[in-house]
Design a protein around this ligand. Structure first.
Ligand code: PBG
Length: 327
């Protein structure tokens, strides 16, 4: 047969396939979300997310140790407070759950990189991401509160803050507050293109943050929009975002690619709770091979253009990367 081009030549064995991989991933690429619950000791399973837990302050070092063993060097911390009120004041308390957890983790593992989620929905009694004005979130009044949260996290020793609230102008406001308080070297990871998504369902059980009325469409993005993601991200960069993020990941691979092509900032993707739970549930039913699908979805996110990934599979994926099964 007269045929010069045979792509299969480079697929003939594992070694040559690995040499020819276009997408490279390493254990350094993964960030593990950790839920700290002020009201418990030990750990409580998150029912909708098999294998995930809320951790008490007495045991928050355990998931960190597991991360380090697996080669994961950073986490995203979420707090579950024992007290909620209309403005979410527990979110910026000096002895709040995240602030205490950060101090404990950094004392025990100074090199472990701790990022904190900056939002109010876990701390407000109505479950929305800011201060209410009637039935909507008051954007400008909320900025002041978010800035307090970010500064309190930095004061506790957080290495990076990650605002996930989607208020307008928050990145600039938080940057100014951090700088004013002497935290000019603390970077901001901006949840820039964060969509109103059904995929957050299991997280809201884990973090106890479901809104008590309405939904988050008044501040999170509409799933139909692509150009708006560029606009949102551009604003965050102008206001001082150090890292930009697209969230969720799997249904928004096109947005990840658009942002990668449009901007030069480091780009993070967040593979959210529903993405994890779908794989877990399908695997538990015997419909798919969990390990393969976990690897395939993660690689697709990096192939789309993400440089780092927040995922509940961080430890397993870091191991897979270490073995060269991905990356
Ligand atoms: C807080 C926040 C949410 C998630 C991360 N930060 C929930 C939401 O916006 O409703 C979702 C993470 C996940 O689903 O894994 N605002």
């Amino acid at each position: 047969m007269d045929m010069i081009n045979r792509p299969r030549r480079l697929r003939s064995c594992d070694t040559v396939r690995r040499l020819c991989r276009e997408t490279r991933v390493s254990p350094d690429s993964f960030i593990y979300p950790i839920f700290v619950d002020e009201s418990i000791s030990g750990r409580t399973p998150v029912e909708a997310m098999p294998g995930q837990f809320r951790w008490g302050l007495d045991s928050v070092c355990e998931p960190v140790r597991e991360c380090i063993e697996a080669g994961v060097r950073s986490c995203m911390l979420f707090g579950v407070p024992s007290h909620k009120d209309a403005v979410g004041s527990a979110a910026w308390a000096e002895d709040g759950v995240v602030q205490r957890a950060v101090r404990i983790i950094k004392e025990n593992f100074p090199d472990f990189y701790v990022m904190t989620d900056v939002c109010l929905c876990e701390y407000t009694d109505h479950g929305h991401c800011g201060k209410l004005d009637g039935c909507t979130v008051d954007n400008d009044a909320t900025l002041e509160l978010l800035a307090r949260v970010a500064v309190s996290h930095a004061a506790a020793g957080a290495d990076m803050v990650a605002p996930s609230d989607m208020m307008d102008g928050r990145i600039g406001f938080i940057r100014a507050a951090l700088d004013k308080n002497g935290f000019e070297n603390i970077p901001i990871m901006a949840y820039s293109a964060k969509y109103a998504s059904g995929f957050y369902g299991p997280f809201r059980e884990a973090a106890g943050s479901a809104p008590s009325f309405g939904d988050r469409r008044g501040y999170q993005m509409d799933m139909h929009n692509r150009r708006e993601a560029i606009y949102e991200t551009e604003l965050d960069i102008d206001e001082g975002a150090d890292i930009i993020m697209v969230k969720p990941a799997l249904s928004y691979l096109d947005i990840i690619r658009e942002c990668r092509d449009a901007f030069d900032k480091p780009l993070c993707a967040y593979s959210v709770s529903g993405e994890y739970s779908m794989i877990k549930a399908a695997a538990a039913a015997g419909f798919i091979d969990e390990y393969r699908v976990m690897c395939e979805t993660a690689v697709s996110i990096f192939r789309a253009g993400a440089g780092m990934l927040i995922t509940y599979y961080a430890k397993e994926l870091a191991e897979a990367a270490r073995k060269g099964e991905i990356g």
